[in-house]
Design a protein around this ligand. Structure first.
Ligand code: HEM
Length: 457
């Protein structure tokens, strides 16, 4: 596969802030976006300490520290409550927010539904959503972030509840989520803000109303599903799998309200992230048309309805998707809190500090990747690239708390790309290159506009 031609511009990267800014200046940058609020030295440093008037934060780029936090002693680095405070109105006590025994029990019930073998059952619904996305797309100028949000939301509804996005309740949930994100754009950033603990709790009224509405709609879907399970008429989709799975240790199942919490996070974590990755991939393919042609050629070797095994053969599409996840990780940063006194590279860290793991910085770290800012899908077929990935590739996090949907997303991404590129070509629009900003996920400041044309049959 061709690498990144040297004469091409590098993919867009936010301008870092100057090394020293005032607290007020920092807050202002944060409001704008978390990425340009960070100094350039973080792409080279193994660790950085941020002192705020209210708490300390440590960003860890040293792979050994990341492994300690995520893989070796995850129970000693629970999710920070500061994150939970921002998300709780929508997500309740979902698996994304809980810790300790409660979280372990939830994962024991959820994980089996996402296991490799069972993903095969989910595949036809994913394929149908991909085909619907192709049918929906028209020629001309298209805002692909929006188109991909629509497609990824459709994937979630079809795989979870066997309903397409056109279903009335599904369409309302999708619509409300968009409204929710507009009212709460700095949702998951509370943990970095140098503000007292009570500040992020001041949810705006519109946010609370939006969250209540979404939860009401999801409650309707889960109640209907519970009735269908009881009547023996439920389809064998993700919702049924999860609602009928008993915790192997206690024999308990999720009750209706717990299921609402989980569905809310599947929807939020599963559609925003995939949509962001797909949209950035389309943009990168428009920026590097020769790579796009290769992915399209590979995709054309598939039939109209590729089966599950065929997705495994989409090697170029997978490398391109992984390279996009590296350059534009949809979840740019994750936060934990240390329970015990720690020694981080010789620095003593008192309990209660915010431990920040940043896929954004790790993936572009100049000591961990060759040519880190370049788009080079070919790196994934080299030993050096694989070694870098083992040390510093965390788009789905790692360890026991790894994204439950990682395998799902690695099928969905290449599949949707292949289906789209079989039929369409995507071209850059001069002067409309996107600027990445991190709100809930890494997005483009003004969307991603591309020119879409149908490929000759
Ligand atoms: C490209 C797509 C995706 C990316 C990049 C992604 C990324 C992530 C990351 C980084 C986390 C860890 C967050 C943290 O620890 O703070 C996470 C957690 C999670 N993701 Fe994904 N995700 C993707 C797709 C999905 C999908 C499709 C689903 C479900 C259908 C999903 C469900 C979840 C859930 C439930 C969690 C919480 C796991 C836990 O805390 O135990 N994600 N995801």
């Amino acid at each position: 596969m061709t690498g990144c031609p040297v004469h091409r511009p590098l993919p867009p990267k936010p301008a870092p802030r100057p090394d020293k800014v005032s607290l007020l200046g920092y807050l202002r940058l944060f409001r704008r976006d978390i990425l340009s609020a960070q100094p350039a030295r973080l792409y080279h440093a193994w660790m950085a300490e941020f002192r705020t008037p209210f708490f300390r934060s440590y960003m860890c780029n040293d792979p050994a520290l990341v492994t300690r936090v995520l893989n070796e002693r995850p129970d000693d680095f629970p999710k920070s409550n500061r994150i939970g405070e921002g998300l709780a109105p929508l997500l309740g006590r979902s698996v994304f927010l809980t810790n300790g025994e409660e979280w372990k029990r939830q994962r024991r019930i959820i994980d089996p539904a996402f296991e490799g073998g069972r993903l095969k059952d989910t595949y036809p619904a994913m394929l149908a959503a991909g085909q619907a996305a192709v049918a929906r797309l028209s020629e001309g100028e298209v805002e692909v972030e929006e188109a991909m949000s629509h497609a990824a939301a459709d994937v979630i509804f079809r795989t979870l509840f066997s309903i397409p996005i056109e279903n009335e309740v599904a369409a309302r949930v999708f619509h409300e989520f968009r409204a929710y994100q507009r009212t709460q754009p700095i949702l998951n950033l509370a943990a970095f803000l140098p503000l007292p603990r009570w500040m992020p709790r001041l949810h705006r009224r519109a946010t609370r109303r939006s969250a209540a509405l979404i939860r009401g709609l999801i409650a309707q879907l889960t109640a209907e599903r519970a009735a269908a399970i009881a009547a023996g008429t439920a389809p064998d989709d993700l919702a049924t799998k999860i609602m009928t799975t008993a915790d192997p240790q206690t024999g308990e199942r999720f009750d209706a309200s717990e299921m609402v919490d989980q569905v809310a996070i599947f929807f939020l974590a599963g559609h925003e992230t995939s949509a962001s990755a797909l949209a950035w991939t389309l943009y990168l393919l428009a920026l590097y048309p020769e790579v796009q042609d290769e992915v399209a050629a590979e995709a054309r070797s598939l039939g109209d309805s590729p089966d599950f095994a065929a997705v495994g053969r989409l090697k170029r599409a997978r490398d391109v998707f992984r390279e996009t996840l590296r350059l534009y990780p949809p979840v740019p940063m994750m936060v934990r809190e240390n329970r015990c006194p720690e020694d981080f590279r010789g620095r003593k860290v008192a309990p209660g500090a915010q431990v920040v793991l940043s896929p954004w910085h790790l993936h572009r770290h100049d000591r961990l990747w060759a040519n880190p800012d370049a788009f080079d899908p070919a790196r994934w077929q080299t030993e050096a690239g694989r070694q870098s990935a083992r040390d510093a590739f965390l788009p789905f996090s790692a360890g026991p708390r790894v994204c439950t949907g990682a395998a799902f997303a690695m099928i969905e991404g290449p599949l949707l790309l292949a289906l789209l590129l079989r039929s369409f070509r995507f071209d850059r629009i001069e002067g409309a290159d996107p600027v990445p900003v991190a709100h809930l996920t890494v997005r483009a400041e003004n969307g991603i506009r591309l020119r879409v044309t149908r490929r000759a049959a």
